[in-house]
Ligand binder design. Sequence first.
Ligand SMILES: *Cc1c(COP(=O)(O)O)cnc(C)c1O
Length: 233
Amino acid sequence: MTREEELADALEGVRERIALACDKAGRDPSEITLVAVTKTRPASDVRLLAGLGVTDIGENRDQEAGPKAAECRDLPLTWHFVGRLQTNKVKSVLRYASVVHSVDRPRLVSALSAEAADRAEPVRCLVQVSLDPPDADGRGGARIEDVPALADAIAAAPGLELGGVMAVAPLGEDPAPAFARLADVAARIRTAHPSARIVSAGMSGDLDEAIACGATHVRIGTALLGGRRAIVG
Ligand SMILES: *Cc1c(COP(=O)(O)O)cnc(C)c1O
């Protein structure tokens, strides 16, 4: 099998899983955006995925994503930054990413806004919500009680647009109740900001539960691209 055939097969499998999950949840698959998380995979994979109709690419490390996005500049892709973002990387990330899923603190809102304020197109920002128990050694994100204020700050910041919320399911816990907590806070945000409809949740292992809980964006790595390569550098 060529790499293209491998990716085509995997893509079909993921699309089938999305369709099944939507069916069970009484939702339409057109409501779901598939973000292919290509971290640790080469630009050639991104190019093949684009050829297969994938439009949205996710990356979590600027050091790796910058050169990859530059190599794929000719492709009609939307780049999503989904990893922990340091303020000193904001300028570099905004060279390619138009959606940032991991906004988790006020200082990052200021840094993104300072960089984005002069742009024609606003940068779409999602508040990353921590679904971990308080004080757990968590996977990043703002505490639920801090989410509304952070959402308000994004909505008010020049150059930024509040897209909605994002989360990663906690380790070692059933993802369904965690995603239900995310759905709750997402609904609260939409009361104040009706256009902030994105719920970015669901990875290879839990996309079904995420779709059942209202995810609009699923971030899929291994189920599409296979096992990740060791991270170098
Ligand atoms: C790597 C990653 C994914 C994809 O995870 P898989 O389990 O490989 O599908 C999704 N979201 C974030 C934030 C990631 O870092």
